[in-house]
Each structure stands twice: as structure tokens, then as C-alpha cells.
Design a protein around this ligand. Structure first.
Ligand code: SGN
Ligand code: CA
Length: 536
């Protein structure tokens, strides 16, 4: 009996130790990082209810925190992702634009989480030109990926085509991993990364049928003529009327363009349409054609009588129908993942983040796309929930950046961040502290000359002002009074009233360039590298 009692006590204490160990491990939070591609905050109802409803994404703000001034360091896809993963500005992680491949000798935070006992997985769009390091599992889209019947690069099965709609497929992969595949003994980091609502904005059948009948309010600056600003705004190729593809983007069939005498906006205009719609199977294509053909009948009939203003208005509506239709699927997917966490007892100990790789123009200044330091592209949506740490329904207006995620997640996981990361942990802000978190954000965009022709620029943004330097084939400075010119329509750089502010902002910008180790030498080096790459 005594021997049995010893064994029993032994088993009991062994179990207790084990449980305790597991308990401790379980106390480290799981992290679900949800990021979509080109999702403008104007198209999330927690921020703005004029365009659409996103009830599921909004749940994250209801249960957590909504950031009204979250921003990026370089408003373009792959560079933003590199900043997020490395916690370093583009000029230091080397991924300055979408052209250069990501340098995999960079240390990324998922590698550190994995080395410290986290189970890690990534599903969806990465856009690096190489596979992610530090992931136990991944299924990623090659390059930009496709909306219908997309290919995936998978860690375990190589490249394969999966039938269906991209947003739904990425959601299913995520749910499957959460429910069946992951190691349930470990805390996890999950990157759930949507392709939508990236161009060419192909919604799922259920949503193109629904959204194509809707009408949306126009932004006040839809007919902007770019007066009051420098050559960068005037020369950018992002205008809905003149630069958006008629077939590829606005879904006017190539044969109808020919019939109406509409010229391609870009040499890829018709080719893009034939490619994206061409990926559909016969059944998908039948529904697509039936819906869009019917909706385009009126446009085709009216086109010869339409003024340029009418065309712009029509193009804006079509753009919003498709763009917001794509977001509807993202919102449904987010809802499913949140429901899963709740139903499986994971809600309490999981940080959920919703963000986009950058902001996006939804017709403001007549534009689509991003790239500029101006608000619609510089700011990005950010909603975070963490039960027990973040007070539900809280709001924050600090200038947090995508640069801050790495240190935030590492701190949450109890892992010491490398000394050369350049962000700040957001945890004090989550806890309701962190006042005066960042008084100025640094920004640097490089991809020029290139698609959309947004000139190279760097700048500094404070709560009240924005100072920008456009360089390479120009040397132009712009200063904006953010408080008094919300739409950033007037460059006041040469207005004597702003002389002191200008001087102060110059000083701050120079100091930030030093702080973040950016310099004219690096600007020149990247111009040289870009020339070499283009030659090659
Ligand atoms: C494609 C798009 C561009 C877009 C870039 C970068 N053209 O080239 O409009 O700016 O991607 O987007 S498309 O006609 O091919 O769709 S990013 O989000 O990857 O940076
Ligand atoms: Ca993007």
C-alpha cells in the first residue's frame, strides 16, 4: 500500500508539474495577425460608415482598440511586409520596393517566436519572391496571386492550383490549421494574409451579384486638378478616368471596348482582363458574364453620349462595387476566424490584429492605388483586441507604425527583441499608457520610375504638419498644414507665414534621418541599385 501511495503521489506531482508547465506556456498569448492587401480604412465601418459595413472586422474594435492614426513607413506591398517582419525601415532591411527580392538573411520576428516555442503558420499573400523563414507551415500565393482558382506555394506539397475563390480558400486553410493541424500544446503565431481587395478587384460570385447594384457617395476631391501641389501629384498615374484599365479593372469586355472605340489605358489593359477572367472555369465564367454583361448594357448604350465627367462618375461606381465586393468576403472570413477562436476556448488568450499592408485611394484626388505620404495611403487601418489587456471599445490616436509590430509581438511572447529593431512596442498603449508615444513618423518611398509613376520621396509627419522631399528627377519640397487642410490640397512650403514651422520641421526631419540611419548616401545607393536591376 505504501509503495502504491508513493507511486500515486509521484504521478500526481508529475502531473502537477506538467500542468503547471503547460499552464505557463498557455499563458503566453497566441497571436492572430490578419492583414489584407490595399484595404483602405475608409472601407471599414468602424472608421467610416459612408461606403460599406464590415461587422466582423468591427468586432475587433468593439472588443479591443481602434487606432485612428496608424501609418506605414513606405506605402507599398512587399516593403510594408518586410518592415513588419523585420521591425526595420526599408533602407535597412533592403526591401525598398516590389522589385528587389527580400533578403532572407534578415532576422524576422516569426523566426524568434518559433525558436522560443511558438508554433507558426502563414496563409495567403506574402509577395517576397521567396518563402518565409521561421514558419512551421505555410501556404502562400506566388507573387500577387489570383482571385479565381489560384496557385499556392505550399511548404509540404510544392506548388498547386486550388479551385475556388481566393479569400475563401485562405480562410479555409486558416481554419483547418487552427482546428486540425497545429500543435495544441504550444502557443501560436498565425499570419492570415488576404490578397483581397488588391487590384483587379474580382469579387466572389455572391458579392458581385450583390454589389453591382449598389451606388456609393463620391469623395469631394474626385475631380481634383492637383493645383496647389508640386509635380509629383500632377504626374502620378493613378487617375480613375485616365489610368485605370477599362477591361482589366472596370470589366468592360475587350470586344465592347473595340465596338465603342475605347483605347486601352495601359498596354496590359485587355490582357489583364483576359487573364484574370480566363482563370475561371466554365461555371464561374457563366455567372460572371451573365451578371456583368447585363450591368454593362446600359453603359454601352450610353457611352457615346457620356461626358468626361459622366465617365469619371461611372468609373468610380464600378470601382467601388468591385472593391467593396471583395471586402465583403474578407469580412466574412474574419468573422469565421473570430467565431472559431470563441467556440474553441481560444478567445481569452489570443491577440487579434486586423490591418492592411497600406492605405488606399478610393477616388480621393481622383486616384486609386497608394504610394504617397499623403493620408489615404500613409495611414492604414489597425484594430487590435487582447482580452484582459486592452479595454473593450477603446480608441487611440497615437502615430503607431507597421514598424512597431515586431517588438510588440516579441514583448507579448516574452522574447527579448534584437537591439537593432527600430520600432516601439505597442503594449503600453494597449494597457492605456503610452502617451506621447511618437511625436513624428518617418516615411520613405522608392519605387520610381515604375508603375503609377509616384516620385521618390521621404518625409516626416507630426500631428500638425507634414514635410516632404520629392527627389530623383526633381528637387521639390512640400509642406502641409494637417489641421487646417485635411485633404492636403495646398503646399504651404513657400508661404512666409509658415517659415518658422518649415525650419522646425526641417530640423526634425534631419534628426529622424540620423536616428533611423537613413542618409543621402543610401538614397544614391538605392538609385544605383535600381538602375542595375532594371538593366539586368
Ligand atoms: C500591380 C498593380 C498595380 C499595383 C502593384 C503593386 N497592377 O502591378 O496597380 O500598384 O501591383 O501593388 S495590376 O494591373 O497588375 O493589378 S502591391 O499591393 O503589390 O504593392
Ligand atoms: Ca498592397
Amino acid at each position: 500500500i505504501a509503495a502504491l501511495a508513493v507511486i500515486a503521489i509521484g504521478i500526481f506531482s508529475f502531473r502537477q508539474v506538467n500542468e503547471k508547465k503547460r499552464g505557463n506556456a498557455a499563458r503566453r498569448p497566441n497571436i492572430v495577425f490578419i492583414m489584407s492587401d490595399d484595404h483602405a480604412y475608409q472601407a471599414i465601418s468602424a472608421y467610416d460608415t459612408r461606403l460599406t459595413q464590415t461587422p466582423n472586422i468591427d468586432r475587433i474594435a468593439k472588443e479591443g482598440m481602434l487606432f485612428s492614426n496608424a501609418c506605414v513607413t513606405n506605402s507599398i506591398c512587399a516593403p510594408s511586409r518586410a518592415v513588419i517582419l523585420t521591425g526595420k525601415h526599408s533602407h535597412l532591411n533592403g526591401k525598398i520596393d516590389n522589385n528587389f527580392p527580400f533578403d532572407t538573411t534578415n532576422i524576422t520576428f516569426p523566426q524568434l517566436l518559433q525558436a522560443n516555442g511558438y508554433e507558426t503558420a502563414m496563409f495567403g499573400k506574402l509577395h517576397f519572391g521567396n518563402s518565409p523563414k521561421g514558419f512551421d507551415e505555410f501556404k502562400i500565393l506566388p507573387d500577387q496571386g489570383d482571385y479565381y482558382n489560384p496557385d499556392f506555394i505550399t511548404k509540404k506539397e510544392g506548388r498547386k492550383k486550388i479551385m475556388g475563390y481566393v479569400t475563401d480558400i485562405i480562410t479555409d486553410m486558416t481554419l483547418n490549421w487552427l482546428g486540425k493541424e497545429r500543435d495544441k500544446e504550444k502557443p501560436f503565431f498565425l499570419a492570415y494574409l488576404h490578397k483581397a481587395p488588391h487590384r483587379e478587384w474580382l469579387p466572389a460570385e455572391r458579392h458581385f451579384k450583390e454589389f453591382i447594384n449598389k451606388k456609393f457617395p463620391e469623395p469631394t476631391t474626385l475631380f481634383d486638378n492637383y493645383d496647389g501641389r508640386g509635380s509629383a501629384s500632377k504626374q502620378a498615374e493613378m487617375n480613375l478616368l485616365t489610368h485605370m484599365n477599362w477591361a482589366g479593372d472596370s470589366k468592360i469586355k475587350p470586344e465592347n471596348m473595340d465596338k465603342l472605340g475605347i483605347k486601352e489605358s495601359h498596354p496590359y489593359d485587355k490582357r489583364n482582363y483576359n487573364y484574370t477572367v480566363g482563370r475561371m472555369n466554365a461555371e464561374q465564367r457563366k455567372v460572371w458574364d451573365a451578371t456583368y454583361d447585363k450591368m454593362n448594357e446600359e453603359f454601352i448604350k450610353n457611352y457615346p453620349k457620356m461626358s468626361e465627367t459622366d465617365k469619371m462618375k461611372w468609373r468610380y461606381q464600378r470601382y467601388m462595387q468591385d472593391y467593396l465586393g471583395c471586402i465583403a468576403s474578407v469580412d466574412e472570413g474574419v468573422g469565421k476566424v473570430l467565431d472559431f477562436l470563441k467556440a474553441n476556448g481560444l478567445e481569452e488568450n489570443t491577440i487579434v490584429v486586423y490591418t492592411s499592408d497600406q492605405g488606399f485611394y478610393l477616388g480621393e484626388h481622383g486616384w486609386f492605388d497608394k504610394r504617397f505620404i499623403f493620408d489615404e495611403s500613409f495611414k492604414t487601418p489597425l484594430l487590435v483586441k487582447w482580452p484582459g489587456v486592452i479595454k473593450p471599445a477603446s480608441k487611440n490616436s497615437q502615430m503607431v507604425q507597421n514598424l512597431d509590430f515586431a517588438q510588440t509581438f516579441l514583448e507579448a511572447a516574452g522574447v527579448k527583441p534584437p537591439a537593432d529593431m527600430q520600432g516601439e512596442s505597442l503594449i503600453p498603449i494597449f494597457k492605456g499608457q503610452g502617451k506621447n508615444f511618437r511625436d513624428a513618423a518617418y516615411y520613405h518611398y522608392y519605387e520610381y520610375p515604375g508603375i503609377h509613376m509616384v516620385k521618390r520621396h521621404y518625409g516626416i509627419v507630426t500631428e500638425k504638419y507634414k514635410l516632404v522631399h520629392f527627389y530623383y528627377d526633381v528637387d521639390e519640397w512640400e509642406l502641409y498644414d494637417r489641421a487646417n487642410d485635411k485633404n492636403e490640397l495646398k503646399n504651404v512650403y513657400n508661404d512666409p507665414k509658415y517659415a518658422n514651422i518649415k525650419a522646425e520641421m526641417h530640423k526634425k526631419l534631419a534628426a529622424l534621418r540620423v536616428k533611423y540611419k537613413d542618409s543621402e548616401t543610401l538614397d544614391k545607393m538605392y538609385i544605383e541599385k535600381y538602375k542595375q536591376l532594371k538593366k539586368g
